[in-house]
Ligand binder design. Structure first.
Ligand SMILES: Nc1nc2c(c(=O)[nH]1)N[C@H]1C(S)=C(S)[C@@H](COP(=O)(O)OP(=O)(O)OC[C@H]3O[C@@H](n4cnc5c(=O)[nH]c(N)nc54)[C@H](O)[C@@H]3O)O[C@H]1N2
Ligand SMILES: Nc1nc2c(c(=O)[nH]1)N[C@H]1C(S)=C(S)[C@@H](COP(=O)(O)OP(=O)(O)OC[C@H]3O[C@@H](n4cnc5c(=O)[nH]c(N)nc54)[C@H](O)[C@@H]3O)O[C@H]1N2
Ligand code: SF4
Ligand SMILES: [Mo]
Length: 702
């Protein structure tokens, strides 16, 4: 029986030299005391209630949550067991030859501080690079970027580079803010969903469920994806198109909207700029012509355009199919054009939803764990940096730093001598893997702060054991800008310590400053640093989170952005011509490889592959190939085949499926047994430096 929710006060939480008391929201359900926290997986940010006792997790969705209303996907229910896995790292370690020896925290931290100072003094601050983590809290990311910048370098970045960096580059140019413009709740008022390059039911399942429910209630659904996703199979219009041809497809939809007079002229006149040059560009994309590029029949483009523009409010939801291209930023700006010309911004139920991937990638970006932005998206060369010089009492660097995708090359050619990496696993997840490994081997200092001995950690000189999201305090910001409290539900294993505590010790010793006492202590500084976070107290974020901006104008936060005016003033149209991807199929490499994810696993698999149930559902690597192509190449379902690109080759079992069209193969990047990023080259988007994970020319050999 559920007895209901209550506040259990004075829960005691200790981390070595720091001890503090917290008010923690608990409920008694049956005989268990459930702790309210946030799911550590995707950017949806579902609130979960967890009990961990007797080596077993009981998990419920929090029914009062504005995000998930009690629902969870399989990773929320079955994916938490990684935290109690027997092979967590439990002690700091220093390399000694080919192995590592356990040391005390004092020894490990003194060593890291001494080596960082030596390298800075010898080679300059830009010889050090920091990799932050969207798995970690806002407070932890804020602290890591602060350390980097106080050392004197903007070489600090994280996995947003491989993910939504093109969203940041694109939407800041067109709207002024790079975040979802509406709330998850507002999608209940959406009349038309346009899902492009997002496998929502597998990658943001709770948002996917909302779309399915709304579709069943009579709302319209358009899906654009090279693969027949679950949403594609129930869509009113499915635009199955060639990977990398998004701009041509979007321009042709906009051509139809313009020709049929379905634009919102009043909105364009009063709230936007640049329409004429943009309109001139899309004139060149009649659907009959773009069919040669996209492969989509003109009548489908016309139908999609008409539904999107006339059944308003319409919302565009997009993912990596849009962002992970050498034209990722232009794809994003194209999406923005479509919403602007139809007035689908600033109104409830409309909007643009870049579905943020990691649990805290929105927050890590807000915190300035990006080499081109200080906290709150302040560029390094702008006068805004003076504020940080005041708050941090330090002289700060003014030139853009190295991006994640550039750090390994810089390690190869010796510009970077030390990398401090927190919570990333680039040896599986970065593009152009052979260069990543060459770079890591070349470093004088490589510090890895993780919860497991990852494939990347094997290159480390120092390993620092962190606590997981289930063992620490702080805040995550989800895909709808909701800042939510993360609360410990179990004790950390061995001598693992929270990331914020480790960073705070290093900060205190490098700069001879007082260490932070708690995540709340750091959050209070974040409020001073970032205007969008300024108006909320840490204690007011629990049990319900709040959506930024939270400031004097929006004391309770804001569900919808750009209501009266855009963050940059006027919304800006961009004229975007279609350009082909960096690799196209040819005689030698006749297939297009596109990469991504599945429902059960998470990125490099360090977390989900430790869950017996998730691993049972998806135990092996695989490559999806069409029934026709398999027949032509005499490939049987399950047969091990070779996929080879200009950059490398892997062997893995074939999954013969009608989900994928002829000429395209798909490989999820979760499996270290078949690292697909050995096949992905070094081509980057010029604005955002995101790698082209979605289009690689390959050959397939039986
Ligand atoms: N289960 C699970 N969930 C996750 C993750 C995970 O690893 N596992 N990762 C999280 C993270 S960090 C992220 S960023 C999100 C990513 O979430 P998504 O973006 O939804 O995931 P992807 O599988 O990378 O790609 C999405 C879709 O893009 C399509 N696509 C491929 N090429 C193109 C193209 O050229 N154009 C278009 N329009 N579409 C194309 C693919 O067929 C795929 O259906 O998921 C988050 N959620
Ligand atoms: N081919 C291909 N490659 C891709 C993509 C693709 O679509 N195709 N997608 C890209 C995208 S969108 C993303 S976001 C990246 C993801 O790339 P990564 O961020 O490198 O992937 P993860 O496996 O999530 O790595 C997170 C690491 O953090 C550790 N960790 C978990 N919790 C904590 C914690 O609390 N503290 C600390 N210190 N560590 C913790 C985990 O053990 C793991 O090692 O991959 C990119 N790579
Ligand atoms: S949808 Fe995302 S946040 Fe919600 S339970 Fe699933 S993985 Fe966790
Ligand atoms: Mo991501």
């Amino acid at each position: 029986m559920k007895i209901g929710y209550q506040l259990i006060i004075n829960t005691y939480y200790a981390a070595s030299s720091v001890c503090f008391r917290r008010n923690i929201f608990k409920s008694r359900q049956n005989s268990k005391i459930m702790t309210l926290t946030v799911c550590p997986y995707c950017g949806t940010g579902c609130q979960i209630e967890v009990d961990y006792s007797g080596d077993h997790y009981t998990v419920h969705g929090y029914t009062r949550s504005a995000v998930n209303e009690g629902k969870l996907c399989i990773k929320g229910y079955q994916g938490l067991s990684y935290a109690s896995s027997h092979d967590r790292i439990t002690s700091p370690m220093l390399r000694s030859g080919d192995t590592w020896v356990k040391v005390s925290w004092d020894e490990a931290i003194d060593y890291v501080v001494k080596r960082l100072k030596e390298i800075r003094d010898r080679y300059g601050p830009d010889a050090i690079a920091f990799q932050a983590s969207a798995k970690c809290t806002n407070e932890e990311n804020y602290l890591l970027q602060k350390i980097a910048r106080m050392i004197g370098t903007n070489n600090v970045d994280h996995c947003a580079r491989s993910c939504h960096s093109s969203t940041v580059a694109g939407l800041i140019r067109t709207l002024g803010t790079a975040a979802a413009t509406g709330s998850i709740k507002s999608l209940k008022s959406t009349q038309t969903f346009f899902v492009i390059g997002s496998n929502t039911t597998e990658q943001h399942p709770i948002i996917g469920t909302t779309i399915i429910k709304q579709k069943k209630a009579g709302k319209k659904l358009i899906v654009a994806d090279p693969r027949r996703t679950k949403l594609a199979s129930i869509a009113d219009v499915f635009l199955q198109f060639k990977p990398g041809s998004d701009v041509a497809l979007l321009n042709s939809m906009m051509f139809v909207i313009l020709k049929r007079g379905l634009i919102d002229s009043e909105f364009i006149k009063s709230r936007t700029e640049g329409f004429e040059a943009f309109a001139e560009e899309i004139e060149k994309y009649p659907p009959e012509l773009t069919e040669q590029i996209t492969g989509v029949p003109p009548d489908l483009v016309e139908k999609a355009a008409e539904i999107y523009a006339s059944n308003r409010p319409s919302a565009i939801l997009y993912g990596m199919g849009i962002t992970q291209h050498i034209h990722g930023t232009e794809n994003v700006m194209s999406v923005s054009n479509l919403a602007l010309m139809t007035g689908n911004l600033g109104r409830y139920g409309s909007g643009i939803f870049p579905l943020r991937g990691q649990n805290n990638v929105q927050g890590s970006s807000d915190m300035g764990a990006l080499s081109e932005f200080y906290p709150g998206y302040v560029p390094p060369d702008s006068p805004g940096v003076e504020k940080f010089e005041r708050i941090w009492e330090a002289k700060l660097p003014r030139k853009v730093g190295l991006m994640l995708s550039e750090m390994f090359d810089a390690a190869i050619d010796g510009r970077v001598k030390a990398i401090y990496l927190m919570g990333e696993n680039p040896v599986i997840t970065e593009a152009n893997l052979s260069d990543v490994e060459r770079g890591l081997k070349n470093l004088e200092l490589f510090v890895v702060q993780d919860i497991f001995m990852t494939d990347t950690a094997r290159y480390a000189h120092v390993i620092l054991p962190a606590t997981s999201a289930l063992e620490k305090e702080g805040t995550f910001t989800n895909t709808e800008r909701r800042i939510q409290r993360v609360v410990p539900v179990k004790d950390p294993p061995g001598d693992a310590r929270p990331d914020w505590w480790i960073l705070s010790q290093i900060y205190s010793k490098i700069f001879d400053r007082e260490a932070y006492r708690s995540p709340e202590d750091i959050f209070n500084e974040i409020r001073l640093a970032i205007p969008n976070y300024s108006g909320v107290r840490y204690s007011d974020l629990y049990p319900d989170g709040k959506q930024w901006p939270i400031n004097d104008q929006h004391p309770e936060g804001a569900e919808i952005l750009h209501v009266d005016k855009f963050a940059r003033g006027l919304g800006r149209f961009m004229a975007i011509p279609y350009k082909s991807p960096s690799e196209s199929p040819d005689e030698e490499y006749p297939f297009i490889l596109t990469t991504g994810r599945n429902y059960y696993h998470w990125h490099s698999g360090t977390m989900t592959r430790r869950s017996e149930i998730l691993e049972r559902e998806s135990p092996n690597p695989y490559v999806e190939i069409s029934v026709n192509d398999a027949k032509k190449l005499s490939i049987r379902n399950g047969q091990t085949i070779t996929i080879e690109s200009r950059h490398g080759s892997i062997k893995l079992p074939a999954m013969v499926t009608s989900k994928i069209p002829d000429g395209i193969v798909f490989v999820p990047f979760h499996f270290k047994e078949a690292r697909v990023n050995l096949l992905v080259g070094e081509n980057l988007d010029p604005y955002s430096k995101i790698p082209e994970f979605k289009v690689v020319a390959v050959k397939v050999k039986a």
